[in-house]
Design a binder for this molecule. Sequence first.
Ligand SMILES: Nc1ncnc2c1ncn2[C@@H]1O[C@H](COP(=O)(O)OP(=O)(O)OP(=O)(O)O)[C@@H](O)[C@H]1O
Ligand SMILES: [Mg+2]
Length: 375
Amino acid sequence: MIEARGLTKRYGRTVAVNALSFTVQPGRVTGFLGPNGAGKSTTMRMILGLDRPSAGEVRIGGRRYMELKEPLREVGALLEAKWVHPNRSARAHLRWMAASNRIAAKRVDEVLDAVGLTAVAGRRAGSYSLGMAQRLGIAVALLGDPGVLLFDEPVNGLDPEGILWIRQFMHRLADEGRTVFVSSHLLSEMALTAQDLVVIGRGRLIAQTSTKSFIESAADSSVRVRGPELARLHSVLAGQGLAVQELPATEDTPATLVVRGSSTEAVGELAGAVGLVLHELTESRGSLEQAFIQMTGGEVEYQAGGGAAPASSGLAVPAGAQAPFAPPGPVPAGAPGFPPPGAVPPPGAVPPPGGGSGPAATRETASRGGQEGTQ
Ligand SMILES: Nc1ncnc2c1ncn2[C@@H]1O[C@H](COP(=O)(O)OP(=O)(O)OP(=O)(O)O)[C@@H](O)[C@H]1O
Ligand SMILES: [Mg+2]
């Protein structure tokens, strides 16, 4: 279990992490979600004792990282994939790490096997693809068989096969009872990977909740229905007091009705009762992208100078990936799964802290390198 209480980190005038409190439970994958610059990596570095909090604290299993006697056996982390010496083989690297941490050499072969690197373990790590380097990073994290695992953006740059592998691997680790905390700005990826979410924006907590209720609480759901007698269908449904919107035909799709606040069962039964043929009856749940933007109410502008960002800047959907619950149809214009411009945040959404041009909005990338560490 990881517990953060009032965790705060300032870099000069930049408040990278701002009074963040959350808990990460064992036996589940918890997604750490937020746009670029939200403070995810900084939080992870503080969990690992690589950065000192300016205020507050974070504990792993009730203790601060510095108090852990054998940290590698308690917490493993993948912060950056390409940090292994390029001329060293994966096996040599792991053996060196094992030896310097009093971990049995046979554990090296176990972790190589677990991440599927056994066949290439003798090859120079410098020749590895990004996917292989990620697997090696995960092998390192697993070396001490720790109960707590941290992964910072593990799927960045991976192909669909690599993404799927990592996702399944995280589930396996959680099923083994471990605490798995994984950061991403890829919302649709998190919806598939994480059971719970810690959502942050500008260093502040926006929500801590299950992925399911995060989506349900903020995203709209609707029923998409079409058939050969669309006008009649429209009047039957509207006649029952349902909110029905007609989407005109496009080159690819015939005209379709979108019914809000109902269910496929109810719509199907109403159509059936008057003998109407249907060609489509689909429930479309709101996407995590929609949920996120509605919760944060335009709080996607974590950019230099606080200027308005293009909608896609902080909320990327991996190339080729579908927003998991996004329907192919009735999502309004814009990027897949995104609400229309000017969508109103729901009541209760946390307002953006400090307005659009506060110090937290300034990225000081030039000064980052020196303070970033490796494990
Ligand atoms: N060492 C540092 N020195 C100065 N500012 C920093 C440092 N590390 C991070 N920051 C700033 O703190 C804020 C949070 O950065 P952080 O890297 O934690 O965000 P992130 O959520 O991991 O973003 P990304 O999705 O881009 O990885 C940013 O404004 C960043 O510029
Ligand atoms: Mg980061």
